[in-house]
Write a protein that binds this ligand. Structure first.
Ligand code: SAM
Length: 280
């Protein structure tokens, strides 16, 4: 394999050169490809879709973790659904949380990530505050009686095993597992190429929570536009606290993030009047 082509729509693709294939195989749930590219470093691909690269994963992981945790301010218990690479877990553990439960459907993603991307989880799986459960997030949320301050849906796109993680029923269940003042955040794809999934996430979360706010993270490997994440909670205002409050809360994290900072948090929620209007 000399190059890897990722199709973002019927009329657009991106191509990365492949310097070396490190792993290619099928798990019980999906096709997994790991290769090296001179610009991005090691690249993890699931079912033909790039999940992360060594070079830019910090942007995604910092934004999916620090935006809801900083907005909450006092999170002690956090649930991550998906995220088997351990990057979101790594960022959540930078906060003084008591417990983080990670529910990943595919054991092989966890094992391969630890083997080929040790710096992404950076020891997070063996942190005493981490509980890792190999299970379907849909089943876990339907059965658990636990409550969480922040729920992070770090899933694949709404095709394959991640599909049901984008349903209204699932969001309703997430809400029932939130402590008062709790926040949920959802990976929602690149709005320019995937306007429908983003609109669905916004509508469904707003239907369940009364308010849902998209925010953006410019991750170079998610081709053709900024990645959208959507946050929801009992109050829309709480998701984007005033700069002064964020700055105070950020002090213990100073020097521990490369992309996230209070100004970026606030700016990420600022949308152009028309967003996600790309044609598929
Ligand atoms: N950064 C990412 C992206 O590009 O979308 C997401 C990364 S993370 C690797 C996504 C994980 O979600 C995968 O490891 C996948 O196995 C997991 N996943 C998909 N469906 C799931 C489900 N129903 N329950 C739990 N985990 C699931």
């Amino acid at each position: 394999m000399r190059s890897f082509l990722e199709k973002s729509s019927d009329h657009h693709s991106q191509v990365l050169s492949v310097d070396r294939v490190l792993h290619h195989g099928r798990t019980a749930f999906q096709d997994v490809l790991i290769f090296e590219n001179r610009l991005f470093g090691k690249v993890l691909v699931l079912d033909g879709v790039i999940q992360l690269t060594e070079w830019d994963n910090h942007i995604y992981h910092e934004m999916i973790a620090h935006v809801p945790l900083m907005a909450h301010g006092l999170a002690e218990r956090v649930l991550i659904i998906g995220g088997g690479d351990g990057g979101a877990l790594r960022e959540v553990l930078k906060h003084p949380v008591r417990e983080v439960v990670l529910i990943e459907i595919d054991r092989e993603v966890i094992e391969l990530s630890q083997r080929f991307f040790p710096d992404v989880s950076a020891g997070a799986f063996s942190d005493p505050r981490s509980t890792v459960i190999v299970s379907d997030g849909i089943e876990y949320i339907a059965e658990t009686e636990s409550h969480f301050d922040v729920v992070i849906i770090d899933s694949t796109d709404p095709i394959g095993p991640g599909e049901q993680l984008f349903s209204e029923v699932f969001y309703r269940r997430c809400r029932s597992r939130l402590s008062p003042g709790g926040i949920v955040v959802v990976q929602s794809g690149v709005g320019f190429h995937q306007p429908e999934p983003l609109a669905n996430v916004c509508d469904r979360l707003a239907g369940v929570f009364g308010t849902a706010k998209p925010f953006l993270a410019p991750v170079p490997t998610y081709a053709a536009g900024a990645l959208a994440l959507v946050a929801a909670g009992s109050s829309g205002k709480a998701l984007r606290p005033p700069k002064k409050i964020l700055q105070e809360q950020f002090r213990p994290l100073e020097g521990k993030t490369r992309y996230y900072r209070p100004e970026v948090h606030r700016a990420a929620f600022t949308m152009a009047p028309v967003f996600g209007q790309g044609r598929t």
